[in-house]
Ligand binder design. Sequence first.
Ligand code: KG4
Ligand code: ZN
Length: 376
Amino acid sequence: MKILAIETSCDDTGIAVLDNSKILSNIVSSQIEIHRKWGGVYPALAKREHQKNLIIVLKKALSRANLLERENSFDSKKEGKIKEILYREKDLLKEFLDFLKKYKKPKIDMIAITVGPGLEPCLFSGLNFAKALSFYFDIPLFAVNHIEAHILSNFIPRRKEKKLQFEKSIFPALCLIVSGGHTQLVLMNKIGKYKTIGETRDDAAGECFDKTARILGLSYPGGPSIAKEAAKKEKEKKFSICLPRPMINSKDYDFSFSGLKTAVLYKTKEDKKLINSDYKREMAREIQQAIIDVLIKKTLRAARDFKVKTIILGGGVSANNELRKQMKLKAKGFNFFVPEKRFAGDNGAMIGFAAFLKKEKGKDWKKAKVNANLKI
Ligand code: KG4
Ligand code: ZN
């Protein structure tokens, strides 16, 4: 079965083509340069960029999968309905109609689309685009939960891997999802069966990286910037910076990162005159370690309390080298999964792979709905 998968929940426009579990193409157009100016993602701006990018990314993804063929056979009877579906996607409509006029129906059996959670305007662009494709080419649509896709991205077969990893006995598992919008601990008993046992009460871990990076004058997205700064060769510690580890000892499995951000804000104000490149490096290292300490301590405690066999990481922050390394060391006695780095951040492949694993056939395009607060 060939799957076309679309992801637009935040600031990445991702489209992939899969042949069952095999990734034929996976194109991600990042909007980093646009959002860098503002130090964060503005939903209305991100939506407009998705509208501009979707057809470009679609063509690249189909072409790389050898599924883009020219043909002039536009069915003009369908034009009215397309205009209706893309009513709020004005920047996309013209390109969309041009695409239909130039290319043949791609040999795709199902379209997978992220319907939540995420930024509502962005989710709508992706879903309306998917609906228009589904309607015009008469291909069923399958709605995917973005968080579930981050979890399942761990099982995308590595090159040369024959057997899918989850066929081994790895459940129950505990998933730590850490991204720009989410920090959650989720118990997983099998594919499709999840229970959230803890989540952030305020900022997500990725958001904390992004906001503290901004305070330090480091570029967006903050996670990679802080990680890069922190990885610079250690000189002796000069500033003795010591940040709090919020909620690290609380009895529940929730998180809170806004206090850490505030602590960085106050500390840098206090030390205004001291800030130089050594200070930034030391501060970046302490921010990263404070976040990692909390994530690891709470994950391990939950893993022991719930007697799981496996710990699974997912989401953009799971690309962090130190988090991967330190969690692996501490997770001795458990199976440990991290997604390949190319599947850690938002991408279409994980959406398509989630649709593949769930073995659904897809539904009528009219049934799919956006839910910005979709739970797992
Ligand atoms: O999953 P994702 O691509 O988008 C959301 O669903 O939110 O995650 C994006 C987040 C951003 O906050 C970014 O700063 C963070 O992931 N991130 C990292 C790293 N790479 C991306 N955080 C820490 N270390 C990294 N290497
Ligand atoms: Zn994500």
